[in-house]
Write a protein that binds this ligand. Sequence first.
Ligand SMILES: N[C@@H](CCC(=O)N[C@@H](CS)C(=O)NCC(=O)O)C(=O)O
Length: 127
Amino acid sequence: MAVIRWILGRLILLIDALTAPRGVKRPPELQESLDRHTAQLALYQFKACPFCVKVRRFLRKHTLNIETRDAKGDAQHREALLAGGGRIKVPCLRIEDEQGGSRWLYESSEIIGYLEQQYLQPAPDAQ
Ligand SMILES: N[C@@H](CCC(=O)N[C@@H](CS)C(=O)NCC(=O)O)C(=O)O
């Protein structure tokens, strides 16, 4: 079973690498501003988890530069996920607020929805 899971994981990574989305190109000042906002985020993930691949592809497609943290191989990140989020389940987005507090968002679709709403919607006065 572990071998089959390993093979499937490699296959997912291979397909992901072969079909990687290009990523939007923004004017540098716009990208820098976006990067400053997304610096408060971290994605806890496993490399070969299909739900994590889904979120990482979304990040790449929209050029959202968000730090990814390996919650499988890195014991510190794994402990932080368990302590902060309450369980070892990935993907999980850690959202830090201005006061240094954090919110832990599970579920790939929820994460993508949050990122779309927070960072990819045009400002109301730009519509
Ligand atoms: N519905 C979830 C599924 C996430 C999921 O099943 N992740 C697996 C790794 S691929 C996991 O963390 N399993 C550990 C667990 O559920 O305790 C999503 O879309 O994010």
